[in-house]
Write a new protein. Structure first.
Length: 171
């Protein structure tokens, strides 16, 4: 029982440290290079990889934290990513435990599709519906590269999450 609690604490501490480091990495100017005018949102793949390996409650909790930090870091207001990432991580955590085998292919499909949809919906709500002039050009210049740049980090973060989970999980 004590060993199980210690492993859970270490695993959650490792996830928290990963989130803090990636948040700082994304938020520090000139540290992460911009590709075609956008930086990656590394907290999205982190939350999704945690959701693949953990239970619904843990996935939802880390999804909430990553959502709040993403909203603060990208838009300055709490809202879209907080709600959507919390619910999405809960659903992925539930499905991963009950319906599909967690492997690189399944996780990559879920992760890349989720990242793409999250960023596209964010664009639609914050740019397209606001009647911003040249919204299409804004999408091409900033959002396509953000989807690709963020998605490229999913596989390395998947392997990091799998390492943390397999090393520190008590099952």
């Amino acid at each position: 029982m004590v060993m199980e609690k210690r492993r859970n604490f270490l695993r959650f501490f490792a996830y928290s440290l990963e989130i803090i480091i990636l948040y700082i990495l994304c938020g520090t100017p000139q540290l992460m290079p911009e590709i075609f005018g956008s930086k990656p949102c590394l907290l999205l793949p982190v939350a999704l990889t945690i959701a693949v390996f953990e239970s619904e409650t843990v996935a939802m909790s880390f999804g909430f934290v990553c959502g709040v930090l993403t909203d603060i870091g990208f838009s300055g207001k709490i809202g879209f990513y907080t709600v959507v990432l919390t619910l999405l991580c809960f659903a992925i955590g539930y499905c991963a435990r009950n319906f599909f085998v967690t492997n690189l292919l399944n996780a990559s499909i879920i992760g890349i599709v989720s990242i793409t949809l999250l960023i596209l919906i964010h664009f639609w709500l914050n740019v397209a519906l606001q009647d911003i002039p040249d919204a299409g050009m804004h999408f091409v210049k900033h959002y396509i590269s953000r989807v690709l740049y963020t998605g490229a980090f999913f596989v390395p973060l998947y392997f990091l999450g799998r390492l943390l989970c397999s090393t520190l999980k008590n099952e």
